[in-house]
Design a protein around this ligand. Structure first.
Ligand code: NAP
Ligand code: MG
Length: 398
């Protein structure tokens, strides 16, 4: 049978547990029969990360910068229990943190919608994509437990020795202190990623912070976004008929709930962490949430938003049948293949990816679903195991 060729490779990052098994099944059932897959393979499975002292993760991220497109399977972030389970040399860092540190940029998360899965918010008709800044704020903060009365101030000492300081509080008793930071370079990269993503997907961009209270920190985010929009993107947005809209985060929350969806909502690191869980849960399921890291240099790394589904894996190891939802992992592949197709002018590849997505959604809408979705759909659903679900998709695709 004819297979669609790929002139340039994508980076393929393999992963762990149940998603590693899904990875193989998706490749065999849905990709290899139709596409002459061309990938540069990196095994980010925990065992191999340990064997290579985690160098494989660094190499995979560097390859992503070189090739421009990557698809990643979910991976274990080791904790003490995993160190024992796998006999690890060290408690290696989260692969996503390592990759993000090399690629920089912004994580975009968007739900996959199906007509028979109703969002908890009745007015939502189109996806809401959360764009989360992936650097700084409370995730890189320094904290002190204040033991008793005393004076606290914030001090910056420049390389030239110049000192800037601001009083924080005169403590009358015990309390707490926290100092967080961000860099202008990272905020600028965040803004560029958001504007580009909105243009590419033809959606309005919303951005919200608490600039009325945080008159230096949050206000600077707002001003940098506005400056970059005016200088580099306003004309392209107007030509495309999309808008950039800034509003206070409280106002944004109210508007999001009353909206129909269909826009990108950019948020600072903590706001994005919290709001993405709220939005994904309200759309239905973590197993239906896609994720892409867009670097300011123009590299794209696609993955599912969920983890390695450990509980299902242990059941699989015991020989029990599992019904794990492969949708988000399939959409990671289609996202990457579509992007490769666009970059290479390979229309056959891009249109194959679109048809595969359509076949997936049509399968779900027919009521044939994995167990997690059956619970959301109700009596009209027919719950199947993962392999049967993939076969149904393949039959439609063929
Ligand atoms: P998880 O793998 O996302 O799974 C949590 C629960 O959500 C599962 O037990 C399952 O519920 C449900 N679920 C998630 N994905 C599903 C799917 N595709 N189909 C059906 N149900 C699904 O999160 P976790 O158990 O907290 O983490 C497991 C491992 O994944 C950890 O080692 C963690 O480090 C790693 N992780 C990796 C990433 C990443 O690589 N991006 C992200 C998050 C976590 P039921 O058991 O009730 O069916
Ligand atoms: Mg979170």
């Amino acid at each position: 049978m004819y297979k669609i060729p790929m002139a340039h490779p994508i980076v393929e990052m393999d992963g762990d547990e149940m998603t590693r098994i899904l990875w193989r099944q998706i490749r065999q059932e849905l990709l290899e029969p139709f596409v002459e897959l061309n990938t540069e393979y990196y095994d980010l499975g925990l065992k191999h990360r340990d064997e290579t002292d985690d160098q494989v993760t660094v190499e995979a991220a560097q390859a992503t910068l070189r090739l421009g497109v990557a698809v990643k399977c979910a991976t274990i972030t080791p904790n003490a229990q995993r160190v024992e389970e796998y006999g690890l040399k060290e408690m290696w860092k989260s692969p996503n943190a390592t990759i993000r540190a090399i690629l920089d940029g912004t994580v975009f998360r968007a739900p996959i919608l199906a007509a028979n899965i109703q969002p908890a918010v009745r007015t939502w008709k189109k996806p809401i994509t959360i764009a989360r800044h992936a650097y700084g704020d409370v995730y890189k903060a320094s904290e002190i437990r204040v033991p008793g009365p005393g004076h606290a101030e914030l001090t910056f000492t420049g390389e030239d020795g110049a000192v800037i300081s601001a009083p924080v509080h005169d403590f009358k008793g015990p309390g707490l202190l926290q100092a967080m930071h961000n860099t202008e370079a990272s905020i600028r990269a965040f803004a560029h990623s958001c504007f580009r993503y909105a243009l590419e997907t033809g959606q309005d961009l919303w951005f919200s912070t608490k600039d009325t209270i945080s008159k230096t920190y949050d206000q600077s985010f707002k001003l940098i976004f506005q400056e970059i929009y005016d200088a580099d993107y306003r004309a392209a947005f107007e030509e495309k008929g999309i808008t950039y809209f800034y509003t206070l985060i409280d106002d944004a929350v109210a508007r999001v709930i009353r909206s129909e969806g269909g826009f990108v909502w950019a948020l600072k690191n903590y706001d994005g962490d919290v709001m993405s869980d709220m939005v994904s849960t309200a759309f239905g399921s973590l197993a239906m949430m896609t994720s892409v890291l867009v670097s300011p240099s123009g590299a794209f790394e696609y993955e599912a938003a969920h983890g390695t589904v450990t509980r299902h894996y242990y059941r699989h190891l015991k020989g029990e049948e599992t019904s794990t939802n492969p949708m988000a992992t399939i959409f990671a592949w289609t996202g990457a293949l579509k992007k490769r197709g666009e970059l290479d002018g390979n229309e056959a590849l891009a249109s194959f990816a679109t048809r595969l997505e359509e076949a997936c959604i049509a399968t779900v809408e027919s009521g044939c679903v994995t167990r997690d979705l059956a619970a959301l759909i109700g009596p009209a659903a027919r719950a199947v195991n993962t392999m049967d679900f993939l076969r149904e998709i393949r039959a439609r695709l063929a």
